[in-house]
Design a protein around this ligand. Structure first.
Ligand code: HEC
Length: 201
């Protein structure tokens, strides 16, 4: 096993112990070292493409009408952009978080467990670069999870502080479309959520 591979697995177990879960139950079906490496690579390619796809469209929309317009754009299009990328890559791609804006992005049980493990690492002081993407093999599928950080001040226009980094029209647009929004109050560098990509084995 490579050093990176051992590191990923150590991280994964650390997260599992934090949650007090049974390691066997949580790890699912084992993968060979080569299969794990290629799954990490495939997940990284797919989530890079999804991130690019979303960023380009987001920047276009901000240019056209500012952040409040983008909120409208995102609520109509973010899922469909990610869905069409899912089709293109033969994988199920989503973004999720422990504090979601869109109810459609709520984590399932496995995602919730992984999100909490990443949060525990992050709260324990790990830096962004120390929280790696990871793969879990299930009976019929492989799941790839990659943390998403508040990587740029631009994120704070829509996920920061209503009185400081967000303008009033954005705050209103978000309140109107996402009455249960939990995705504000972040600062630069915070762990915001994760990509969750899944494909058939
Ligand atoms: C112009 C406003 C805007 C900006 C800028 C923005 N977001 Fe969002 N974000 C949204 C909206 C609106 C949603 C809900 C999308 C939906 O309905 O599918 C969202 C959803 C998300 C989600 C999915 C989980 C959830 O809460 O529903 C993540 C993760 C996320 N944003 C991260 C980021 C990051 C990281 C940045 C900066 C690189 C960023 N966002 C910049 C408006 C924005």
């Amino acid at each position: 096993m490579t050093k990176a591979g051992r590191f990923v697995i150590m991280r994964w177990f650390a997260g599992v112990f934090v949650l007090g879960l049974s390691a066997l139950a949580a790890c699912g079906v084992g993968l060979s070292e080569t299969a794990e490496r290629s799954a990490l690579e495939q997940g990284s390619i797919i989530s890079d493409a999804a991130f690019q796809g979303l960023s380009v469209r987001l920047q276009q929309a901000i240019k056209e009408g500012g952040p409040a317009h983008v909120v409208e754009f995102c609520s109509l299009n973010a899922l469909s952009i990610v869905d069409s990328l899912s089709t293109a890559h033969g994988a199920h791609i989503r973004r999720t978080s422990d504090r979601v804006r869109s109810p459609l992005d709520k984590p399932d049980i496995k995602e919730e467990r992984m999100m909490q493990a990443m949060l525990a690492e992050w709260k324990a002081g790990s830096k962004a670069t120390e929280i790696p993407a990871r793969v879990v093999a299930y009976d019929d599928s492989i799941a790839y999870y990659r943390p998403i950080f508040i990587s740029s001040p631009a994120c704070l226009q829509c996920h920061g502080s209503p009185s400081e980094t967000m303008d009033a029209s954005t705050v209103d647009a978000i309140a109107e479309r996402y009455p249960d929004d939990k995705a504000i109050g972040y600062a630069l560098g915070d762990l915001r959520g994760m990509w969750s990509v899944r494909w058939a084995r």
